[in-house]
Ligand binder design. Structure first.
Ligand SMILES: Nc1nc2c(c(=O)[nH]1)N[C@H]1C(S)=C(S)[C@@H](COP(=O)(O)OP(=O)(O)OC[C@H]3O[C@@H](n4cnc5c(=O)[nH]c(N)nc54)[C@H](O)[C@@H]3O)O[C@H]1N2
Ligand SMILES: Nc1nc2c(c(=O)[nH]1)N[C@H]1C(S)=C(S)[C@@H](COP(=O)(O)OP(=O)(O)OC[C@H]3O[C@@H](n4cnc5c(=O)[nH]c(N)nc54)[C@H](O)[C@@H]3O)O[C@H]1N2
Ligand SMILES: [Mo]
Length: 723
């Protein structure tokens, strides 16, 4: 592939900023212009699996050839000099050649005025016929805090719609709901990431950081080098599980039972931290009583995890002076994800971990701004500062900042899948504005979602690439991206970071804030919709003041000077809060709450027609729906196409050869994929990544009753050999 991007004009050399991808938000320096000397450094883009976490200086491979040089920063603790393959190659989309540079209206290039006038006129028409809830908004956890905040404000103040939610519902919602329930606050890791290295034991339930956050692994490695032990729960022997001292390999969707079994053993073996439970928690008795029913042999029958391994895991955690329990999407993306996380939190509480320095429970947040994106109001039930939209005091506070009457603010709307599922139906929205997501690929039961999107009167997508969803849109608005704009991101530790403009955007594109300002101007008046990120941030600070996620003491200057500030930070003299639970939890009585939960089978279990469990997830080289990474040559080389991972015994039974094509047949759809045969997976389970169209034609949109998280991680399928 030959690439000849337009050279973006340098703004300043070597801008210190952060990666466009995941929640680790690795620090990187971006310099306009090709690298001198170091260009083409091999470590950068080799197909070297998890070796992507190289700490050495390097830049983009020769064939990558875009006009920026990326080097890792050493001053950001999360990556401390490391980057993964996606980070090294992130500059490739900054040129002009593989992105959108002109608005499209009904598939044809248009001027910005034509495009924004069209959107405004069609929104007015939909509103006239269907009322304010006829227009919906869908956001993303990759948006900066400023964008997420402004999008929520735009929905409530300009559109006056209750119909707004975002892709974080598919990501963080179960862990968030469980953390709120237990601690009264949802801050992914309630401790700095560097605390990991000091632990004596870490349990990871359903996370594969070696592929999803390669530089995270250095913290786990540092722990193990000190003699600490790593336990991983995953139906597959992943790159992360292979680095563990102990791997538990359960049937997908059985973590809740497994966590109950571990708690049962902890109680039976007298490993409960009684003093901590008495001083810092409530509700242990009921949970302890319910754990009694989860004796290890019963749990082994349900999960497939041998009793001896459960006992080993309980001993590793129980013997540790400092220990951590972490959950990832593997445990969370279930129709019982909230209860599953609660079960792991119960285990952590029984061991006396949360709120003790060097120990704790944390969820490993996913998207770049997965933390900040869930705090400032793009969620259906939320106002800025992690406030609830049905709380009168919260409404009054935010309405005052916005200069509107609290009574004008709409109430809570539909959750992400429910919103997508309602589009174009008699009772549902007729128009959708979408910023920062590609649901045609990433939503569950994506075939159904594509039908719903196609039935809309108006679909507007802001993106910098023509994603599969953008390709369906009536109006496409070409936006700027990470290294072309300023903004704040809140990483998985709750540390607010500054992403800086390092290069000028190509002519013809506009920032999302500018787009929202243009639409506000046409629908209501531009007042209150500045396009300058810093101005938006200063308003966000006021709107969040006094809320759970209080940013009022955080400024761009402080972030730059301090390499990030941890929220809550209620005034400019406040140091920020790296470990919010040391003295008390954020509950009314200051104690953490044990939550009684019960195990239940997956919403869709296997049967004779569909005898295998399908689980889904990620590979190192691609990000999410692949909209960005499938446009980068080196990443496509590393992971060129959709595959299905299956065990050799299953392959033999089905007479499937390595590299052969198979059909994966589910209850909602069928996907064709290349067979990747591997003993790393359970024989009763197959795995597909969701970076290409396919996996989500099969996944089950059954929702968690609390978080409204879909059951991405387990449904029933059969495999057939394809011609
Ligand atoms: N390369 C890459 N990195 C990414 C992303 C990406 O798309 N690509 N996305 C980012 C985002 S938004 C997120 S949310 C994170 C996600 O990060 P992770 O949570 O690490 O990612 P997943 O691959 O979705 O799931 C993790 C593991 O869960 C296992 N699993 C599946 N079913 C079950 C189950 O029932 N129980 C248990 N215990 N495990 C199960 C899978 O086998 C998989 O190895 O990654 C972030 N980083
Ligand atoms: N089967 C299965 N499905 C899953 C998951 C799974 O594990 N299994 N995981 C779920 C999870 S955890 C997540 S987070 C979702 C993610 O899935 P998506 O929501 O589809 O996420 P992305 O692919 O990151 O889509 C982001 C889109 O927005 C664009 N974009 C990025 N930044 C900006 C910006 O600042 N402004 C604008 N306007 N556009 C921007 C990108 O180019 C891209 O097209 O997928 C979910 N789907
Ligand atoms: Mo995610």
């Amino acid at each position: 592939m030959t690439i000849s991007p337009a050279v973006p004009a340098p703004v300043r050399a070597g801008t210190a900023t952060h990666c466009p991808y995941c929640a680790l938000q690795c620090g990187m320096n971006v310099t306009a212009g090709a690298a001198a000397g170091a260009a083409g450094a091999a470590g950068a883009v080799g197909a070297a699996g998890i070796a992507g976490d190289t700490g050495e200086a390097g830049t983009l491979g020769e064939t990558a050839g875009p006009a920026v040089t990326i080097t890792p920063r050493h001053d950001v603790p999360a990556n401390a000099g490391g980057l993964c393959q996606k980070g090294w190659t992130a500059g490739e989309l900054l040129g002009r050649d593989r992105r959108l540079t002109t608005p499209l209206v009904d598939g044809r290039p248009a001027t910005w005025d034509e495009a924004l006038d069209t959107v405004a006129a069609r929104i007015r028409a939909v509103r006239a016929e269907h009322g304010p809830d006829g227009v919906a908004v869908f956001g993303g956890g990759g948006l900066t805090n400023e964008k997420a905040y402004q999008l929520g404000k735009f929905a409530r103040v300009v559109l006056r719609t209750s119909q707004i939610d975002y892709n974080g519902r598919f990501c963080m919602s179960s862990a968030a709901a469980a953390a709120n329930r237990a601690f009264g606050m949802d801050r992914g890791l309630p401790f700095p990431i560097t605390d990991l290295a000091g632990a004596d034991a870490i349990l990871v339930a359903g996370g594969n950081m070696a592929e999803t956050m390669p530089p995270f692994v250095r913290h786990l490695t540092a722990m193990r080098e000190r003699g600490g032990r790593l336990v991983v729960i995953d139906p597959r022997a992943t790159a992360t599980a292979r680095r563990a001292d102990l791997h538990l390999q359960p049937v997908p969707g059985t973590d809740l039972a497994l966590a109950m079994g571990l708690l049962h053993i902890v109680i039976a073996e007298g490993r409960v931290d009684e003093a901590y439970v008495a001083a810092r928690t409530t509700g242990f008795e009921r949970v302890s009583a319910s754990a009694a029913a989860w004796w290890p042999e019963r749990v082994e029958r349900i999960t497939g995890v041998p009793v001896a391994r459960m006992r080993q895991a309980a001993a590793i955690l129980g013997d540790a002076r400092r220990a951590m329990v972490l959950t990832g999407r593997g445990a969370e993306q279930h129709a019982k994800g909230t209860d599953t996380v609660s079960a792991f939190i119960n285990l952590a509480l029984a061991l006396g971990l949360p709120g003790r320095e060097g120990s704790g429970y944390g969820c490993v947040t996913g998207q770049g701004n997965g933390q900040g994106g869930r705090e400032h109001g793009q969620k259906a039930d939320q106002l800025p500062g992690y406030r609830r939209i049905d709380d009168p005091a919260a409404r009054a506070h935010v309405a005052a900042v916005w200069g509107v009457d609290p009574g004008e603010l709409p109430g809570p709307g539909r959750s992400a899948y429910e919103l997508l599922d309602a589009l174009g139906t008699a009772a549902g929205p007729r128009a959708l504005l979408l910023f920062g997501s590609n649901p045609v690929i990433s939503a569950p039961d994506a075939g159904r979602v594509a039908e719903r999107l196609a039935s809309l009167d108006l679909l507007v997508v802001s993106d910098f690439v023509l994603s599969e969803t953008a390709a369906m849109a009536d109006v496409v608005l070409p936006s700027t991206q990470w290294a072309e704009e300023d903004g704040t991101m809140t990483n998985l530790e709750g540390r607010v970071l500054l992403r800086r403009r390092a290069v000028a955007p190509p002519p013809g594109v506009r920032g999302d804030l500018e787009i929202l300002r243009g639409l506000a101007a046409r629908l209501r008046g531009p007042e209150g919709f500045p396009a300058e990120p810093r101005e938006v941030f200063d308003e966000l600070r006021r709107a969040s003041a006094g809320g759970i996620a209080d940013y009022s003491g955080i400024t761009y200057e402080r972030i730059a000077a301090e390499t990030g500030v941890f929220w809550p930070c209620p005034d400019t003299g406040h140091p920020g809060t790296p470990r919010p639970f040391l003295d008390r939890f954020a509950t009314p009585d200051g104690r953490a709450r044990f939550t009684p939960v019960e195990h239940r089978p997956p919403e869709e279990d296997v049967d004779d027609d569909h005898p295998l469990y399908l689980t889904t997830g990620r590979v190192l080289a691609h990000y999410q729906s692949g909209a960005q990474t499938r446009r980068i040559a080196a990443l496509n080389e590393a992971a060129p196409e959709l595959f299905v991972e299956l065990h050799p015994d299953l392959a033999e039974r089905l007479e499937v050869e390595p590299g052969g094509r198979v059909r994966v047949v589910g209850r909602r759809g069928t996907a064709e994929a290349v067979a990747r045969i591997s003993p790393a997976i359970r024989p009763d389970t197959v795995f597909m990544p969701f970076h290409w169209a396919g996996a989500n034609l099969l996944t089950n949109p059954a929702l968690d009753p609390v978080s409204r998280m879909p059951e991405f991680k387990v449904c029933a399928v059969r495999l057939e050999r394809a011609a």
